[in-house]
Design a protein around this ligand. Structure first.
Ligand SMILES: [Zn+2]
Length: 218
């Protein structure tokens, strides 16, 4: 999980809301293209084209608009309609099919999570083992460990395929760092953590960043 700094909502979405609000059918289910597509693009761009939870590469066809706080909670009230259209409650998650893959937004459904990618310190709650598994760092207290465990479980972040992809990302990183001097490694780390020329973050950014911090102190 990588921290996501929310920006302002796209103007087109704001205009759509202002217009739709005057009618009686105001809600996320009534939002369609092109506004929905513009919104989706904005969320992906904001995240550097990686999933808000697992950090795998996403594109329009392989992701969906995710509501951090459920847009359809069991106890529906009028305020929930606004939550479904609140840009700060929206993220882009992997999985375009409602039931596949079985992790991230598609697994979460209406369940709330304890640690959110919009929390500035969210990265501190997770560590990554050599076999691509996500855990809670050993120096975290019981409460933090429990929050991490539950979040990992609800989002299915230790899914077999995700673990394999993390291993591959770390193997590739190790290859890239081979034979480099400490200064070169520092420079490489900075480059790896930054957005690339296409405005994309490296897939599995969090696992890679954790490894750099743990083994190289950078
Ligand atoms: Zn994901």
């Amino acid at each position: 999980m990588k921290y996501i700094k929310k920006r302002v909502e796209p103007k087109d979405f704001g205009h759509w809301k202002a217009k739709a609000k005057t009618g009686k059918n105001y809600g996320y289910s009534l939002l369609n293209d092109p506004t929905k597509g513009i919104l989706h693009d904005s969320l992906m761009q904001e995240q550097g084209y990686i999933c808000c939870y697992c950090c795998q590469r996403i594109a329009s066809k392989t992701s969906h608009i995710e509501h951090l706080n459920p847009q359809n909670p069991e106890n529906k009230s009028d305020s929930n309609t606004d939550l479904s259209l609140d840009y700060n409650n929206m993220l882009a998650s992997c999985g375009s099919d409602k039931h596949w893959p079985k992790h991230c937004g598609n697994k979460k459904g209406n369940q709330p999570i304890n640690i959110s990618p919009t929390q500035t310190n969210c990265e501190d709650f997770f560590s990554y083992t050599g076999n691509g598994e996500m855990r809670s760092p050993i120096n975290n207290n019981l409460e933090q460990a429990e929050a991490a465990k539950k979040t990992i479980e609800i989002l299915g972040l230790n899914d077999y395929n995700l673990q394999q992809s993390r291993i591959q990302a770390l193997d590739f990183l190790k290859l890239q760092l081979q034979g480099l001097t400490p200064t070169q490694i520092s420079r490489k780390a900075q480059q790896i953590r930054d957005l690339d020329a296409q405005g994309q973050y490296l897939p599995f950014w969090s696992a890679v960043s954790y490894y750099l911090k743990k083994y190289y102190g950078i």
